[in-house]
Design a protein around this ligand. Sequence first.
Ligand SMILES: Nc1ncnc2c1ncn2[C@@H]1O[C@H](COP(=O)(O)OP(=O)(O)OP(=O)(O)O)[C@@H](O)[C@H]1O
Ligand SMILES: CCCC(=O)O
Length: 353
Amino acid sequence: MAFETLVINPGSTSTKVAVYGGQDQLFQDEISHSVSELKQYDTIIDQFNYRLEAILSCLETHHYPLENLAAVVGRGGLLRPIESGTYLVTEALKNDLRVGVSGQHASNLGGLIADDIAKRQGLSAYIVDPVVVDELQDTARYSGSKDFERKSIFHALNHKAVGRIAAKGLRKEYQDANFVIAHLGGGVSVGAHALGKVIDVNNALDGEGPFSPERSGNLPLWEFTRKMQEVPASEVYSQIVGKGGLVSYLGTNDLREVQRMMDEGNEVASQVFEAMAYQIAKEIGAYATVLKGQVDGIVLTGGLARSPLFIEKIQQYIDWIAPIIVVPGEDEMGALNEGAQRVLDGTEEAKHY
Ligand SMILES: Nc1ncnc2c1ncn2[C@@H]1O[C@H](COP(=O)(O)OP(=O)(O)OP(=O)(O)O)[C@@H](O)[C@H]1O
Ligand SMILES: CCCC(=O)O
C-alpha cells in the first residue's frame, strides 16, 4: 500500500511543499517569501499563519484532497539535542519549537505547521533528523574551556540520507560502515559517521569548521572579539552565519558566480575558491582521524558538489584516504518522506521527544 504524505520544509526565504505516494513524488512546489513579506514578522514563529496559508493555498492549486493523506511530516528544528530518527510531533516538542529552546531557525516552523494540518485530518505529524541530532562521543564535547561545551548542530537530515545511499552502494548497511560525510551547501558540515552514529561533526551554526558560501567557519577568536566590539550586537552573529565565507570575500554566496569571476580572470576569486576547497579537505582529514583511518568512504554532497571543478580541488587533497562518493545536491524532501514512510510501513517506530 502506498501511503500518501505531505512534506513541509520551511527555509529562510522559501517553503518547499511536496506530496508523495509511497516513494514517488506526486508534486513539489517552492513558495518564495520576499524580504519585504518576511520583514513584517519580528520572529520566525510569527510567520506561522502566513506560511500555513501559503501551503494550504498551494495544495488547493494542485486540487489535492487532504483526505488522501496518511501523515504530515515537517523539517524541524532547533530542539534539545536528540538521537537520530523520526519523531512524533507532541505538545512538548511543539512547545520547544515555539520557544526556540536551542535558538530560532526557519525549520522550527516545520513541525508546528505539519501538526496543524495533520490535526485537521485527525492524523499524526512527524519530524525527521532535525539539525540538533546529537550522537557525539564524549571526547568530542570538549571545546577547550569549561564554560563552553561543543554542540552537534548540522545538516543531519541530508547526512543520514546520503549515508544510507553510500552504504547501499557498498552493499553494506549504514550502521555497519564508517564514513566521513561532508555536506557542502550554503553552510558546510563535515561529520565522522562511525557504525551509524555521527560521533563528531563541526557545528555549522556556530563558527566551527571550514568557511562556506555564507559562513565564516573558525575565526581568530581574540581578534574577532575585539573587532566585534565596534559593531552592534545584531551584526555580530551575521558575520559568522550569513555574511561570512564567499559573501565576505567576494560579495556573493553563489559558487557559480564565483566560477564566472574566475573565468573572467579574477585572481582573488580563484584564490578564495582554492582556499574553501583546502579548508574543507583539511576538515575531512581531521574527521578521518576521528575514525582512526578506518574509513569505508568519503561522501561529498550538497549544492557545491554539483561543481566538478570544486570536487576536483577537494579530491586532490583527500583521495589517499578512502574512496570518494559524490552525491550532488540534496534531497531533503525525499529524506523527510522516507522517514515518515518508515514509520507508516512499520519498518521503524516513531520516537517520542
Ligand atoms: N551547478 C552548480 N555549480 C556550482 N555551484 C553550485 C551549483 N549548484 C548549486 N551550487 C552552489 O551550491 C550552494 C548552495 O548549496 P545548497 O543549495 O545545498 O545550499 P542551501 O540549501 O541553500 O544551504 P544549506 O545546505 O546550508 O542548508 C551555492 O553556493 C550555489 O551557488
Ligand atoms: C546547521 C544546519 C542547518 C542550516 O545550515 O541552516
